[in-house]
Design a binder for this molecule. Structure first.
Ligand code: C5P
Length: 326
C-alpha cells in the first residue's frame, strides 16, 4: 500500500494581499521643514493587488517577481524589508535571533506609478509578519510603525476610502456609497515622487515670480462637494470633482500624459486624472461595462503602456493564507 503525503506548501508561511490607491483629491500645502508637504487628500483603495509571502529564515532577504519586479531594490532599502525590521524592533524580536524572514513579493502594482505600490508592499509585510510572529498588533499600531516607512503605508493598511492629513498618514474613514469603476492607464516610464513634489514647488515659485501670486501657499482644504458626491454614490457627480495639485507637475515632467487624459475624456470618462504623483492616469466610468469599453478605447488610442480595469473601494492589507506555525 502506498501512502501519499500531502505537502502543505503554505506551512510556516503567511501571505498578505494589499491594494493600490488612487487619490480622489490631492491638495498640496506648503513645504515643511522636514522636507514633506502638508496634504489634504482623499485616498481610495482599488482592486489591483500585490501579494507578499513571509516565512521564518536565518537572515532577512527579499525576492520580487511580476510587474516592474527587476527594478525594485533588494536588501535593506526595500520597503517591505524595512517594514519587517521595524516591526521586529518595535515588538522586541530584533536581536533575539528570531527576526529573520524571507519575503517574496508578487507585484501587479507598477512601481513609481503614483499608486503607492512600495507603501503597499510595506503594509503587506507588516500584516504578514504580525501574523507569522503572532505579535498581535492592531491595524492602528501597525500604521504607526508603517508611517515611519512611507506616508501612504497607514492607508494601505486601512483601505477603503479615507481622508488623509499631515503627510497623508493621519487618516479618517470617509463615508462612501456604492462602488466606483476605474480604468488605470500605466505610463511607459515611472516618476519619482520627490521629483514630482519638487516640480510642483518650482511651478508655484514660477507663478509667484511671473504673475505676482502671493508667495505663501494656502493651507489645503477638504472638498465638501467631493465628500457629498461620494456619500451620494453617484459617479457622474464624483467625476468632475476629482482634483490633483500634483497633476501640472507630473504633466510638466511627462507632457505626453496630456494625450492619455484627453483620450479618456474623449471616450466618455466621467473624470480623468493623474493618480497621485503619476504617471498612472485614472479614468472613472459609470459602471463595469462602461469601464470595459473605456479600457478598450484607451488601449486603441495607443497613449499608454497598458491598461487595467479595477473597482474601489477595496479592502486594506489582509492575510489571505496562513500556515504560521505557533
Ligand atoms: O513618505 P514617502 O517616503 O512616500 O515620500 C516620498 C517623498 O515624497 C518624500 O521624501 C517627499 O519628497 C515627498 N512627499 C512630500 N510630501 C508628502 C509626501 C511625500 O513632499 N506629504
Amino acid at each position: 500500500m502506498t501512502h501519499v503525503t500531502q505537502i502543505d506548501s503554505s506551512a510556516g508561511s503567511v501571505t498578505a494581499r494589499v491594494p493600490a490607491k488612487v487619490n480622489l483629491q490631492l491638495s498640496v500645502g506648503p513645504l515643511r521643514d522636514d522636507g514633506y508637504h502638508d496634504l489634504v487628500t482623499v485616498f481610495h483603495a482599488v482592486s489591483l493587488f500585490d501579494e507578499v509571502t513571509v516565512r521564518k529564515a536565518d537572515r532577512t532577504s527579499v525576492a520580487v517577481t511580476g510587474e516592474g519586479g527587476p527594478a525594485v531594490p533588494l536588501g535593506p532599502v526595500n520597503l517591505a524589508v524595512r517594514a519587517a525590521v521595524a516591526l521586529a524592533r518595535a515588538t522586541g524580536r530584533r536581536g533575539r535571533g528570531a527576526s529573520g524572514v524571507r519575503i517574496e513579493i508578487r507585484k501587479r502594482i507598477p512601481i513609481a506609478a503614483g499608486l503607492a505600490g512600495g507603501s503597499a508592499d510595506a503594509a503587506a509585510a507588516l500584516v504578514a509578519c504580525n501574523e507569522l510572529w503572532r505579535t498581535g498588533l492592531s491595524v492602528a499600531e501597525l500604521g504607526h510603525i508603517g508611517a515611519q516607512i512611507g506616508s501612504d503605508v497607514p492607508f494601505a493598511l486601512s483601505g477603503g476610502t479615507a481622508v488623509g492629513l499631515g503627510r497623508g498618514e493621519r487618516l479618517t474613514t470617509a463615508l462612501v456609497s456604492g462602488s466606483y469603476h476605474w480604468v488605470l492607464a500605466f505610463g511607459a516610464a515611472g516618476l519619482a515622487t520627490p521629483d514630482v513634489y519638487a516640480a510642483c514647488d518650482r511651478l508655484r515659485a514660477a507663478r509667484v515670480a511671473r504673475d505676482g501670486e502671493p508667495s505663501e501657499v494656502p493651507a489645503p482644504q477638504l472638498s465638501t462637494d467631493l465628500m457629498a458626491a461620494l456619500r451620494s454614490g453617484d459617479p457622474a457627480a464624483v467625476g468632475p470633482l476629482l482634483s490633483n495639485d500634483l497633476q501640472p507637475a507630473a504633466l510638466s515632467l511627462q507632457p505626453l500624459l496630456r494625450r492619455a487624459l484627453s483620450a479618456g475624456r474623449e471616450h466618455g470618462a466621467l473624470g480623468a486624472i493623474v493618480s497621485g504623483s503619476g504617471p498612472t492616469c485614472a479614468f472613472l466610468a459609470a459602471e463595469p461595462d462602461a469601464a470595459r469599453d473605456l479600457a478598450v478605447a484607451i488601449t486603441g488610442a495607443g497613449v499608454c503602456r497598458a491598461v487595467v480595469q479595477v473597482a474601489g473601494p477595496a479592502q486594506g492589507a489582509c492575510v489571505v493564507e496562513s500556515g504560521a506555525l505557533a
